[in-house]
Design a binder for this molecule. Structure first.
Ligand code: SAM
Ligand code: F3S
Length: 444
C-alpha cells in the first residue's frame, strides 16, 4: 500500500463522455482506498482533480478557465493540491505545468492507476510529476476500486482507445490505441456489480463493438451472451458503436438478449459520401442506411441516436442538405450535433476551415430545428403505450417523478409509491421533443 497522507478530502470535477465519468469515479475510488474522503466541492477539498475533455476547443478552454479560478482558491489555501487528469492532460503533458503554475501534477488517461504514487511524489518529494503514455498491451485495472455514484446503475469499460483515426478526432491521441480487457475480468466485474444490486449496466468503449478478448478473440456479441443473463440484471447497454464494426452476429446477439436495451447510439457524422470520405469514417451513407435497415428488421422497436458534425472543411450546402435528408430518412430519437472544431494532432486540422463560423452556426440551428420536429413526431407516436421506467429522481420542478425508459427516453410522470432505483410501469400521455410525460400504473 502506498503511503499517501490520509484524512484528506478529494474532489473530482469531470467533463466529457461516459468514459470520463467512469474514470472520474475510478480516481475517487483509488483515493478512498487510501483513506481519503470525498469533498462536496473543489473549494472544500485538499486534493482537486480536473478530469478533462479535449474533444472540442471549447471543452479545453473551460479547463483553463477553471484552473484560473482554482489558482485564487489555492492562494488562500497553500496546502491544496491540484492535478489535471483526462484528455487535456494526455494531450498537453509537460506543457500544462509550464503554462499553469498552480498545477501540481499531470496524469494521462492511461495512467489512472498511478494516482496514489503520483500524489506521494507531490507530498514527499515536492515533485511536479507528469505521467502520460499507455501500456500498449494491457489495461491496468484494480478490481472493485471504482466508487460508483449510484447503487442501481454502473458502467464498465471493456475497451480503451480507438484505432479509427477519423480525420477530425483527437481521441486516438488522448486515449491511445485499442486495448481490450480480458472477458473473464469484465464478466466477473459485471457479476459482482449485479450481485451488489445494480440493475442497469453499461459497457463502455470509444468503439465498444471493436471489443476482442485478448486471449480468445471473442467479441461483444459473446460478451452480451455472457453478461445479459446475470440474475437480477434488467438492462444492458453498450456505447459507442462504430457502424463499420457492427456485423450481423452482433445484431443477432442484441436481438437474442432480452436485457439488451432496444436502443443504440450509432454516430453517423454526415449524410454526404464526399464528407464521410474526407472524415475517413470507413462507410458510405448507403452502408449506414442498410445497417439501420438490418437492425430494425431484427428489432422493430429499436431507438437510434447519433452524432453529427456540421461545418467540416469542404462541407457545401449540398452536403449539408444530404445530412438533413439522412435525418429525415432514419428518424433518430436523439441527435448530438456539433459545429466542427479543429483539434491538435488531427489530419483535418491541417486543412483550410472553409466554412465560415456564421454559416456553421446557421446550419447547426437548421439541423436542430428539423430534429426537434422529428423527435416531437416520434415521441407523440408513443402516446398510449406503456413503458418500463427506471426511476432516477424528480423532474426539474421537483413536482413529478422522472426516469428513463429502456429506449433511453426521459419520462416524467405523476404518481407515487415507487422509489429511486426501482422500475415503474408508466402509460405515456404526451410526447414532447425531448421527453415523454405520463402516469404511473404501478411498479414493474
Ligand atoms: N468514439 C465515439 C464516437 O465514435 O462517437 C466518441 C467520439 S467523440 C468523443 C464524440 C463525438 O464528438 C463524435 O461522434 C463527434 O460527433 C464529436 N466530435 C469529435 N471530434 C470533433 C471535432 N473536432 N469537432 C466537433 N465535433 C467533434
Ligand atoms: Fe474518434 Fe472516430 Fe474513434 S470519432 S473515437 S476516431 S471512431
Amino acid at each position: 500500500m502506498i503511503n499517501v497522507r490520509k484524512g484528506r478530502a478529494v474532489f473530482v470535477e469531470t467533463w466529457g463522455c461516459q468514459m470520463n465519468d467512469l474514470d472520474g469515479r475510478r480516481l475517487v475510488g483509488l483515493l478512498l482506498r487510501e483513506g481519503f474522503s470525498e469533498a462536496p466541492s473543489a473549494e472544500e477539498a485538499d486534493v482537486v482533480l480536473l478530469n478533462t475533455c479535449s474533444v472540442r476547443d471549447k471543452a479545453e478552454q473551460k479547463v483553463y478557465d477553471r484552473l484560473g479560478r482554482l489558482a485564487l482558491v489555492k492562494k488562500k489555501r497553500p496546502g491544496m493540491v491540484i492535478g489535471v487528469c483526462g484528455c487535456v492532460a494526455q494531450q498537453e503533458g509537460e506543457q500544462l505545468l509550464e503554462r499553469v503554475s498552480c498545477v501540481d501534477f499531470v496524469l494521462g488517461t492511461g495512467r489512472i492507476e498511478s494516482l496514489p504514487a503520483v500524489l506521494r511524489r507531490v507530498d514527499e518529494e515536492g515533485d511536479r510529476p507528469v505521467e502520460v503514455g499507455f501500456d500498449l498491451d494491457q489495461v491496468a485495472y484494480t478490481p472493485g476500486s471504482i466508487a460508483h455514484a449510484l447503487p442501481y446503475r454502473a458502467a464498465i469499460t471493456v475497451i480503451e482507445g480507438c484505432n479509427k483515426n477519423c480525420t477530425f478526432c483527437v481521441v486516438p491521441t488522448t486515449r491511445g490505441r485499442e486495448r481490450s480487457r480480458n472477458m473473464d475480468d469484465v464478466v466477473a466485474e459485471a457479476a459482482r456489480l449485479v450481485g451488489d444490486g445494480v440493475v442497469e449496466l453499461e459497457l463502455l468503449g470509444q468503439t465498444v463493438n471493436a471489443y476482442r478478448d485478448p486471449g480468445t478473440g471473442k467479441g461483444l456479441a459473446d460478451l452480451l451472451g455472457e453478461i445479459g443473463g446475470l440474475p437480477g440484471l434488467r438492462r444492458l447497454r453498450f456505447v459507442t458503436s462504430h457502424p463499420r464494426n457492427f456485423d450481423d452476429r452482433l445484431i443477432q446477439a442484441m436481438a437474442d438478449t432480452p436485457t439488451a436495451c432496444r436502443y443504440l447510439h450509432l454516430p453517423v457524422q454526415s449524410g454526404s459520401d464526399r464528407l464521410l470520405g474526407r472524415m475517413k469514417r470507413q462507410y458510405t451513407r448507403q452502408e449506414y442506411v442498410s445497417l439501420v435497415t438490418r437492425l430494425r428488421r431484427a428489432m422493430p422497436d429499436l431507438a437510434l441516436s447519433t452524432d453529427v458534425i456540421v461545418g467540416f472543411p469542404g462541407e457545401g450546402e449540398g452536403d449539408f442538405e444530404e445530412t438533413l435528408s439522412l435525418l429525415e430518412e432514419v428518424r433518430f430519437t436523439a441527435v448530438y450535433s456539433f459545429t466542427y472544431s479543429p483539434r491538435p494532432h488531427t489530419a483535418a486540422a491541417r486543412w483550410e476551415s472553409d466554412v465560415p463560423p456564421r454559416v456553421a452556426s446557421e446550419r447547426l440551428a437548421r439541423l436542430m430545428d428539423l430534429q426537434r420536429d422529428i423527435q416531437r413526431a416520434i415521441n407523440t407516436e408513443l402516446v398510449g403505450r406503456t413503458l418500463e421506467v427506471l426511476v432516477e429522481g424528480t423532474d426539474r420542478r421537483g413536482s413529478r417523478l422522472a426516469g428513463r425508459s429502456a429506449c433511453n427516453r426521459v419520462v416524467n410522470f405523476d404518481g407515487d409509491g415507487v422509489q429511486v432505483g426501482q422500475f415503474a410501469k408508466v402509460i405515456i400521455e404526451k410526447g414532447l421533443p425531448n421527453s415523454l410525460a405520463g402516469r404511473l400504473l404501478g411498479p414493474a
